[in-house]
Design a protein around this ligand. Structure first.
Ligand code: GDP
Length: 479
């Protein structure tokens, strides 16, 4: 286990600067956010006469801890990529997902009735790909906001007769914010008005440059409606997956994420889980989000009962006491008693947390967060009434540099602040700046729920001044 200097300082009840000094004396150069290895921690603790054992005990109820456990290199084997399809409305996301499903649902299993469980797998000459079945970036970002990053590759569908549209740009920014590789599917090439070159040209503005033009983004022309180019798209996905070297250890207890969940009249709590590591088996004692149970039955994407699910496989399970939420993580435990204890503790903690206020980034606590050295970048989303203002604001914001904290513009757009802006802000700990625009009703509600700060302005220099003042800790209190 490792701790940062700041975390260690807190555990030892000392100032971080003191720990840094001590480390320096012991011959270790460290900064406040640096994570220390076991040796360094032991050195410092020994110096204070503190036993390390009790200091680095892990919190068993924190499911994230189980995701950080590393597998021995030799236990790792290749696993299928998990793909999300995004793009502007009507550009063909659903049609593409259908085309992929129909051409490639394993021939041998063709008799099976495909079930909508929120994800499905296809098999290309023995290599599998997992697709999340909810197109669009809402689901993607909602999951990310909950801390779950399950997508390995994003396919952005752009209609060749329509070109880059606002949600195309949103999708690109969501994928970039999550650091996930992008493949562009230029769709509807069967249409006489299709102009794939224009799409490529337009996308260069967003840093997506085709290989032929010296860039490294893969573009695949397709017609989802006619099933053309789908094979090539799948091949390219496998290619990107290979480069990413996606691996997992099938020989450990399973961990993963909830894709969707609901209450079924007959079967009780039904959840689709994506196994991210290990193998999930019927009978496994499991904690899912804030609930727990034992995997009673598992059904795959073809509606067949299965006994086990390996990494990157989606399965629908029953046997949980309550209905978890999409984006919740799950962990299989050694026995039912442990699963119950941890599940109950988590339910209890969740109850308490829901009573406490959320503490997201706001301009008021910005300086404090900066001074704790925990922030390197201030993420902003800019929405304005005209493109000119967007650009003026963006370039001025980017020039602000206080205490080495840079402003990073993660998304911009013309028009009202939408729910999607808020979910991106929540996922990226960003503040939303509106210039001559307001949040729509849904955005307002979402911002309140998520605790995302929206700042509205009508004068450019005031907007700049405010951010700069907040970064310097000189913001006038608002009454
Ligand atoms: P989504 O909103 O992105 O999921 O888009 P849909 O998949 O629902 O597609 C929107 C419309 O475009 C539908 O009427 C589709 O039939 C049509 N469409 C999708 N792909 C193609 C294509 O390759 N060629 C043509 N001509 N139409 C397409």
């Amino acid at each position: 286990e490792s701790l940062t200097v700041a975390e260690l300082a807190k555990k030892l009840n000392r100032e971080p600067s003191e720990i840094i000094k001590k480390l320096f004396m012991l011959g270790v150069m460290a900064t406040i956010n640096q994570s220390l290895d076991k040796d360094a921690i032991e050195l410092v603790c020994a110096d204070y006469g503190v036993e390390v054992e009790e200091e680095v005990r892990i919190d068993k109820t924190d499911l994230n801890v189980y995701f950080e456990e590393e597998d021995p290199e030799e236990a790792l084997v290749e696993r299928p990529p998990v793909v999300t399809i995004m793009g502007h409305v009507d550009h063909g996301k659903t049609t593409t997902l259908d085309a992929i499903r129909h051409t490639r649902v394993t021939e041998a299993e063709a008799g099976g009735i495909t079930q909508h469980i929120g994800a499905y797998q296809v098999d290309i000459n023995g290599k599998k790909i997992t697709f999340l079945d909810t197109p669009g970036h809402e689901a993607f970002t909602t999951m990310r906001a909950r801390g779950a990053q399950i997508t390995d590759i994003v396919v952005i569908v752009v209609a060749a007769d329509d070109g880059v549209m606002p949600q195309t740009v949103e999708a690109i920014n969501h994928a970039k914010a999550a650091n996930v590789p992008i493949i562009v599917a230029v769709n509807k090439i069967d249409k006489p008005t299709a102009n794939p070159d224009r799409v490529m040209q337009e996308l260069t503005e967003y840093g997506l440059i085709p290989e032929d033009w010296g860039g490294d983004t893969i573009f695949v022309p397709i017609s989802a409606l006619k099933g053309e180019g789908i094979d090539q798209l799948l091949e390219m996905i496998l290619l990107v997956a290979e480069v990413s070297e996606l691996k997992a250890n099938p020989n450990r207890r399973a961990i993963g994420t909830v894709i969707e969940a609901r209450l079924d009249k007959g079967r009780g709590s039904v959840a689709t889980l994506l196994v991210q590591n290990g193998t999930l088996r019927v009978g496994d004692p499991i904690v899912v989000g804030n609930t727990f149970g034992r995997v009673r039955a598992m059904v795959n994407d073809l509606g067949r009962r299965v006994k086990e699910a390996t990494p990157a496989t989606p399965v629908e399970i029953t046997g949980l006491h309550e209905v978890p939420q999409a984006g919740d993580r799950f962990v299989v435990f050694e026995d039912e008693k442990t699963a119950r204890e941890i599940g109950e503790a988590r339910a209890q903690m969740a109850l308490q947390a829901s009573r406490a206020q959320k503490s997201r980034l706001t301009l008021d606590n910005l300086f404090e967060q900066m001074s704790q050295g925990e922030m390197k970048e201030l993420n902003l989303i800019i929405k304005a009434d005209v493109q000119g203002s967007v650009e003026a604001l963006a370039s001025s914001f980017m020039k602000i540099d206080v205490e080495g904290v840079k402003v990073k513009i993660i998304h911009t757009g013309v028009g009202a602040i939408t729910e999607s802006d808020i979910s991106l802000a929540a996922a990226s700990n960003a503040i939303v700046i509106g210039f001559n625009v307001r949040p729509d009703v849904n955005a307002k509600r979402a911002a309140e729920q998520e605790g995302v700060e929206i700042r509205l302005h009508r004068i450019i220099y005031k907007a700049i001044e405010e951010i700069e003042a907040a970064m310097k800790g000189m913001l006038d209190p608002e009454y």
